[in-house]
Each structure stands twice: as C-alpha cells, then as structure tokens.
Design a protein around this ligand. Structure first.
Ligand code: ATP
Ligand code: MG
Length: 881
C-alpha cells in the first residue's frame, strides 16, 4: 500500500519515533482475553478453581520458552529481610512505606512474580497500578522476565488506562457509547472556554482556565455538578458562576459522548458504586490489587482502589482469609455473582513514600498514605530503610533537605554503596552559563569516565527552563531529548489531525468537529460556526448533525457549499471506518482529502515543513499501531494516543549510547540515572516563586527537591544562575534554601560566587550598565545582553554588564531578597494597575498587572491591537499618562 508519506524520511531515521511509539500499558479495548463479568473465560476460571497448588495444571505450556522459571525461593534471593517479608506477606492489606530507592517498585514486581510462581494467583487475577504507562510496561516486562509470557494477561496499567478498559466494557450500564472520546486537559479547557462564552461570563472575572482547574479539583473529590450547586451560597457570585459552568460543561461532555481525564476515574467509581453486580464481578476477578506511588493518589483514585479491592469488616481473621477466599468465591460463582455475596476483600498492596508526594496540585493527598492503617485496620506496614540506588553523599543531601519538613515520619535511609564522589555545586552567571557548564561537564564525563549521554538526566523545575539547555546542547552536538515541554501531541498539526480522527470516530464530539470546521481554511468563519451551533441547539442535535443538515440552516450560498463539502468529507471518512480501513489509512485520507497536507506542503514557511514531518511521525505511530494490533479500530488508536503521559516520551536507547534526558522534576518520579544535574536551584525558581510565602507549598517544593536528588545513582550536580532570564526579564535570585541544608562535607563547589566577583559585578552594574531604551516583551529574549554575551567568558574577562541594577550583596552569602542597589530604581516609572501609559512603539496601553519592585519592576500592559506585553520597566520607553 502506498502512503502519503512514502517519500519522506521519517524523523530520526527509524521506523517509528519516540513519541507514542512505545505507548505501552494499554491494550485495545475488547481485545483483552479475559472478561471480568462472569462469562466465558472468567466463568471457566471460577469453575476450575481448585486448591492453590493445582490451580494452573490445565494451563498450556509455552512452547519455545525453554528458560527455567525461577522458583519462589529464587524470587526472594538477594532481597533484604524486610523486602522479603513484603514479597512473602499474605492475607490482609499491606503497606510498604519507604524512602526513595529502597526497592519499593522492585518489591512490587517480585511480589507479583512470587504470587504467580507459588501458583497462588493467576495472571488474570492481578491488577497492578503504576503512575505512568512507561512504568507499567517496565513492570510487565520485568514480571515477564521472571515468570514468562503468562504475565501478559495481567492488568498492569495506570489508573486512567484501567478505567478506560473498564468503562469500554461496561459502557452500556452507564448509558454511554463504547466509542466515547477522551478529552485531554487542552480539550477540556477549550470546552470550558466555549461554555463560559455561551454563558456570557466575563473572562476577566471568571477565567475559563481557573474554572477548568476548579472543576477538576471538584471531580477529584467526587463532587459532581449538582452536589456542588447545592453547596453554593446565594451571595457567592464566583461560585454561582462556577456552578453553572460546571453544570453546562458536564452537559456538553455528555452531548459529545466524551469524558475528560478526571471523569475516567469518577465515572468508574460511580459505576462500581451504582451497580453492585458489576463491582462484585471485578472484585471476584482481581484478587490482588497492587498500587505503586500510592502517595500521589487523589481522593477519587483512593475510593476507586477501595471499591475494587473491598474492605474487610472489622474483626476479620487474617489467618483464615485465604481459605475463606476460596470458599466464598465458589459460593458466589454458584450464585452467578449475586450482589451482596460475602466476598472477602482482595489482597491490597500499596507502596509509597509520603516524602515524595508531589501532586497536591492535582488533588493528591498524603492523607491516603498516612492514614492507611486507620482505613484498613488489619493492615500490616513494612518499612524499608536500605537504599540500593545512590551513594551516601547523595543520600546525606536528600535526607538533610527533607528532614526540615515537619509532620513526617522520620526515616533514615542508608546505603552499602559507600560515600561516592562528593556532590558538585556550580554557581553560573546566567542561565546560559549554567547550561554551558552542564554541556561541558557531560562532555568531560564522557571523555574521562566513559559516561554515555543516556546515563545523564538534567532536571529543571518548570518546562520554560529547557530552552537554553537545548540551545547549548545542540551547539555542543550532544544528543538530547526533552520530555514534556511542547509535547508532540500538543503541537497544533498533531491536534488537528487527531481532531479529524475524533470527528470521524464520534460524530457527537462537538469540540473536535468545530476545531476542524475551518481547518484547513474553507472560508467558514465564526459566523457560520455560530449559525450551525445555534441550529444544533434549537433542534437539540449534535453539531455534526447540524453540519449534515446544513441545507436547513439557511446559510449563505458560499458557506453552504463549503459546509456541504465538509459534510461530504466526513461522511467519506466515516465510510472508510465502516469499510474496515485502518487508522493509518483513515489518517492519510483525512489529511489528503481535506487538503491539509497539500496546504502545508505548498507553504514556504519552514515551520510548515516541520509540521509535515511531525504528521509523518504521527503516521508512523499509526502504522506501528496497525502492525501491533491489526484488528485495532480507530477508537482503539485514539484511546492510545489520548493517554500518553509525559513520562512516556522518554527515548528508547539509541545505538547503545542513548541521549541526555531533559525533564521537569515531576516527570522524573520513580526513575533513576547514574548522573543527574539539578538546575535552577534558586529561591524563586526552585523552590518556585509562588511557594515562598506559603508553608504548605514550600513543603511540597521540598519533597520535589527530595525526589530530584534521589534520582541520582553515582553523581549529582547542583547548579544555579546568579541571574536568570524568564519571560525575557532577567532576575537576580539568591541561592535556593535547599542548598543551604546540604551538609558541607558532602558538597564540593566547582564554582562559587566569590566576594570579589560580587563586588566587581556591583561595579559593573553601577558604571558599565547597558544604556536604557531597549524593551522586552514576554516573547522576547535577553540573550544578546546576557546569554550569548556571557557564554564562554567564564573565568572573568572584564566587567560584565547587567540589566538589573541589584547586585550580589546577597547572592553568594545566602541573604534573601532582591537587592535594589544600583541607582536605577529612580528611573522606573511608578505605576499602578489600571494606569494608562504610552509606549514609543506600541502606543497607548493599560497596565493590567505588576510584579517585582524597583529596578526589577515588570508591568504587564495591554496595548490593544499590539497585544499584551510584559515589559521590564527599566528598559522600556513607557510613560505614564
Ligand atoms: N535487594 C536489592 N538488591 C539489589 N538491588 C536492589 C535491591 N532492591 C532494590 N534494588 C535496586 O535499587 C534501585 C531502586 O529500586 P526501586 O526503583 O525499586 O526503588 P523505589 O523504592 O521504588 O524508588 P522510588 O521511591 O524512587 O520509586 C533499583 O535499581 C533496584 O533494582
Ligand atoms: Mg518506585
């Protein structure tokens, strides 16, 4: 078969490239071998249930797999006594709490293998939950290595993937289509925007984005629109607006046959709570529920686990549990799974580390781990204290940083690895200088110690920090990969292409149909869209149905013709679905027949060329899907791409040397690397600016720092920039308070800002500063003044220029706060929000926000037609009117 992309080299020269290529952890819906609902295989499972030892006799051997299966004894070999106890524990719920790198994930994997090797469980009875699809694939692979291909029928997945699987099976009970769409965060924000617009809400007072977050928080607490509306007081205008937006948002999702990410969990909880027979069937199926990274579960996920596993009534005798388990299962199977049958709870194993809870902003609550014992009174808790990942110096640093959080269980991680090299600290002049140090050091380690790029990870607090690292790595010729950032699936062309597929798979998906109505341009503007939307509302039909019935809408001729062609296009693509075409073929047809690809190809904008490449990459993902799942439907494919988490973009090993991984600390959870650079260790960067005044947020930042430091196995670098440019504005930031906590003897400064340097810089700022007059908007960059200028000048070649008059009185000595020395503050116009100003190039504007003080004051100014700009006032020709 020929494809549209035949003549295009695929990016990276490989058949399938990293984004989405691995897409592990999700099996296409309906393709799972073992339905949980008491039919077919499952019924057989129950009927064939015999005492433990003979349970698997009838299982087919795996020809061609001649490796000796490890014995249960092999599986606990090399584990320490606590790890071993955790692997061998049977009966009541088990909580494993332990610091980073103590083998929690390893214990979970070995525990699964052990249950299988002792024949106490069949693979189909195991549900293991991990935090990312990548972690799921890794765990499945490791179990497979240990016990062979039987592992394939286990459910190892993320919460979201497991819920999608359940919902696709049980959709009928909830009155949903099995082909429901899944809206990611961007989709749901778009929908919220539409909702707010149609409710005529002033976006300044009621920002749709904030509403999206609030709705997500409510859903994580399992509070639906009606529940919420009932709690809102008449006098609270904000909450009232939120309540109506929430209600309308919920309706729109339903009309679109779509679920957002939070719904995946919430609807599954609702399903299990509302239909006892369905709940029982899953409880009968999953006799072992294991959850990794339990500290990051939110309330909805917590309830989900409880619903799936069940809770023992008080006084349940743990020792009798195993026996009762079999008896009860036999009983229920005879009753055909009647609700209310006395089924003992599944064996629940959760592992986590309260010190690594870093998702409070998504509603994760440490409470789930701290109070596990209260919630599960017969739970056993096992602590692991030996760390197998890092050197003692790294652990000393991590222990010291986390020790300052209050209200935690003290832990004392130790390692038999020895002290290892000391942690290296580096104070750079600027963010570019910092990046350069990282690149130089990676090079040096390669030459002197044979460290491969794939051994190295560079972490930062926020995605925006990756850009200067990228620039420097590209120049240094060091292969790297950014995980997160502008994610592949968030690129415009990829979202457009996927919107086409959604529109084809699910005609009721209004958001996606509307997204592509005029993409590529068909001369269908807001007016036509509005007319169609209005018609849909009046007729109580979907937007796509309105497109089909366009003749009745009363559109002007030109628009009518264009809409007719659009309707034809969608109908043709839908016919391909019915005709059994693969997602890859449908994708090709959509991009071809719509003219989307042709338009990009005809363009001479270089960005459009890379868009074509990205689409080729998406085609490669679809083609790979076709090869892996020849019967996979369009819905299956969309499900797979919707659920790719950031952490799944970590590249596959490239020719054995790998590539440097750049990622945020959040994404790094659970991973480990021989060499780790933690960059941007400044108060205001990491810890994040907005956490500085809030003790709870600061505690979370501290946990984040603990996660960052504990990813390192052998070498750890901590770097900071004395001046960091963010959003085009240079800021002078003091050292991160986390650095101060690290024991001196574990840390060696490769370059520390000396007092003389600080003084010299003070002199430079006072006497040799840049002339005034430049301006900087949010998209601009200070690189000419800072980045490239300071690059390569390390070692102090003369005075350096500074835009920010504040200098280092405190930067080396640990004093906090931005100094305002330098005499420039007087030049800064004093502004207030709402002031009218004039700017030499942008004209008239209104101040909408202010940040910083004195020489580092930044104003956000709305210049109407010229857009909203963020300006460093000291360098901007702004005059107050
Ligand atoms: N008993 C052991 N013997 C040898 N290596 C071990 C042992 N236990 C764990 N390890 C190794 O230590 C490293 C850390 O283990 P693992 O990733 O399971 O820790 P973790 O507690 O899950 O960490 P995190 O909190 O970061 O998720 C891994 O490389 C693992 O293979
Ligand atoms: Mg782990």
């Amino acid at each position: 078969m020929t494809t549209l992309f035949e003549n295009l080299p695929l990016p990276g020269g490989r058949g399938v490239t990293a984004p989405g290529a691995a897409l592990p952890g999700i099996v296409p819906a309906g393709r799972d071998a073992s339905p949980p609902d008491g039919t077919e295989e499952h019924a057989g499972e129950l009927a064939g249930r015999r005492p433990v030892a003979s349970a698997r006799e009838g299982e087919p051997a795996h020809p061609g797999d001649a490796r000796r299966r490890p014995s249960p004894e092999d599986l606990v070999e090399g584990l320490n006594p606590q790890q071993r106890a955790a692997v061998e524990h049977r009966g009541g719920p088990l909580l494993i709490v332990a610091g980073a790198g103590s083998g929690k994930t390893r214990v979970l994997t070995h525990r699964i293998a052990h249950l299988l090797a002792t024949r106490e469980a069949r693979p189909g009875e195991i549900l293991a939950i991990t935090f990312t699809n990548k972690a799921a694939a890794e765990m499945r692979e490791r179990v497979e290595q240990l016990v062979g291909p039987a592992a394939r029928t286990m459910w190892v997945s993320t919460f979201h993937s497991a819920c999608v699987r359940i919902l696709r099976r049980e959709h009928a009970a909830l009155g949903m289509r099995s082909s429901f769409s899944i809206y990611d965060a961007a989709d749901s924000q778009r929908l919220m925007q539409l909702v707010c617009r149609s409710l005529d809400l002033d976006p300044k007072r009621y920002p749709p984005k904030a509403f999206s977050h609030k709705v997500s928080d409510l859903k994580n607490e399992l509070i639906d629109a009606e529940d919420f509306a009932a709690t809102v007081s008449d006098s609270n205008a904000f909450d009232q607006a939120l309540a109506s937006a929430y209600r309308s948002y919920t309706q729109r999702l339903q009309q679109a046959h779509a679920l957002d990410f939070d719904d995946l969990i919430g609807r599954t909880v609702h399903l299990l709570r509302t239909f006892p027979a369905i709940r029982e069937s899953y409880r009968r199926r999953f006799r072992h529920v294991l959850v990794d990274e339990y500290q990051d579960t939110n309330h909805a996920q917590y309830v989900l686990v409880r619903e799936l596993a069940g809770v023992a009534s008080e006084g349940w005798d743990v020792r009798e549990r195993a026996q009762a388990d079999w008896a009860a299962v036999d009983e229920t199977s005879e009753q055909g799974g009647a609700p209310g049958a006395a089924l003992p709870p599944a064996q629940l194993t959760v592992v986590g580390d309260a010190d690594q809870s870093i998702y409070a902003f998504r509603g994760a609550t440490i409470r789930n781990i701290l109070e596990f014992e209260e919630d599960y009174p017969d739970a056993r808790t096992i602590l692991l204290e030996q760390n197998y990942r890092s050197t003692q110096n790294i652990l000393n640093a991590a222990n010291a940083v986390i020790a300052r959080n209050s209200g935690r269980r003290a832990k004392n991680l130790w390692t038999a690895e020895g002290a290892g090299p000391r942690i290296v600290g580096y104070v750079a002049d600027s963010d570019h200088d910092e990046s350069r140090f990282v690149a130089d050091e990676i090079d040096r380690l390669g030459d002197s110690d044979g460290v491969k790029p794939g051994d190295v990870a560079v972490f930062y607090r926020t995605n925006a920090q990756s850009r200067s690292l990228e620039e420097v790595l590209i120049r240094a010729g060091i292969p790297y990969k950014v995980v997160g950032g502008t994610r592949f699936y968030e690129r415009r062309e990829i979202k457009d292409a996927i919107a086409y597929l959604h529109a084809v798979a699910n005609p009721d998906d209004a958001v996606n149909v509307r997204r592509i109505l005029n993409v590529p341009k068909r001369g269908l503007g807001d007016r036509t869209e509005g007319q169609l939307a209005w018609f849909a509302e009046r007729e109580r039909i979907s937007f796509a149905a309105a497109v089909e019935r366009h003749e009745e809408v009363g559109l002007p001729t030109r628009a009518a013709t264009a809409v007719a062609r659009f309707a034809e296009l969608l109908a043709g693509l839908r016919a391909m679905v019915d005709g059994g075409s693969s997602p890859a073929e449908i994708l090709d047809a959509a991009l071809d027949r719509s003219g989307y690809l042709a338009e990009l190809r005809a363009s001479d904008d270089p960005q459009d060329a890379s868009r074509v490449e990205n689409l080729a990459e998406l085609h490669a993902v679809a083609a790979e899907f076709r090869d892996a799942a020849p019967d996979g439907t369009l819905v299956d494919f969309l499900e797979r791409v919707s659920l790719v988490a950031d952490a799944d973009q970590i590249p596959l090993d490239d020719g054995g040397r790998g590539v440097v991984t750049l990622m945020t600390v959040h994404t790094a959870k659970g991973l480990e690397f021989p060499v780790v650079f933690v960059t941007g260790l400044e108060d205001g960067t990491f810890p994040h600016q907005r956490s500085l005044a809030d003790p709870e947020e600061l505690s979370e930042e501290r946990r984040l720092a603990y996660v960052a430091l504990t990813r390192a196995r052998q070498r750890l670098y901590l770097t900071r920039a004395a001046v960091r440019t963010s959003f085009g504005v240079p800021n002078q930031l003091p050292a991160s308070r986390f650095i101060d906590d690290i024991p001196r003897e574990s840390l060696e400064w490769r370059r520390e800002e000396s007092a003389t340097e600080a003084m010299r810089r003070g002199w430079a700022a006072g006497h040799g500063g840049r002339s005034r007059g430049g301006d900087h908007d949010g998209d601009g960059d200070f690189a000419p003044a800072f980045g490239s200028g300071s690059r390569g000048e390390r070692g102090g070649t003369g005075p350096r220029t500074r835009a920010d008059g504040g200098v280092g009185a405190g930067t080396g000595g640990g004093a906090r706060g931005v100094s305002e020395r330098g005499g420039a503050a007087a030049d800064v116009p004093s502004l207030a929000v709402g002031d009218r100003v004039t700017h030499d190039s942008y004209g008239l504007g209104t101040v909408v926000a202010l940040e910083g003080a004195g020489a580092s004051s930044v104003a956000k100014i709305d210049f109407g037609g010229a857009g909203t700009k963020r300006l460093l006032l000291r360098y901007s020709p702004v005059t107050k009117l």
